[in-house]
Write a protein that binds this ligand. Structure first.
Ligand SMILES: [Zn+2]
Length: 77
């Protein structure tokens, strides 16, 4: 009976360890992708630099927001 409890504790420990290991593996790529190698683009209206993922695209031009896309390209201040 004593060995059964020890075995249960060991199995639980291994399971938690494995679970944590899998979770850290899933977190790693997204954390790596977020920070350093993100393409930056410039708004054709106001000249603001922003991540390409947040940009509003129209043809070959990029804008920082929907309003600037609607206003079209303008002179940068
Ligand atoms: Zn803009």
């Amino acid at each position: 009976m004593k060995y059964l409890i020890v075995l249960l504790v060991v199995v639980c420990g291994l399971w938690l360890l494995l679970k944590r290991h899998v979770r850290s593996d899933q977190d790693a790529p997204s954390r790596r992708g977020d920070t350093p190698l993100q393409a930056m683009v410039q708004c054709a209206r106001c000249g603001l630099h922003l991540p390409a993922a947040d940009a509003v695209l129209e043809g070959t031009r990029v804008y920082c927001c929907e309003e600037h896309r609607r206003l079209g390209p303008g002179t940068t201040p």
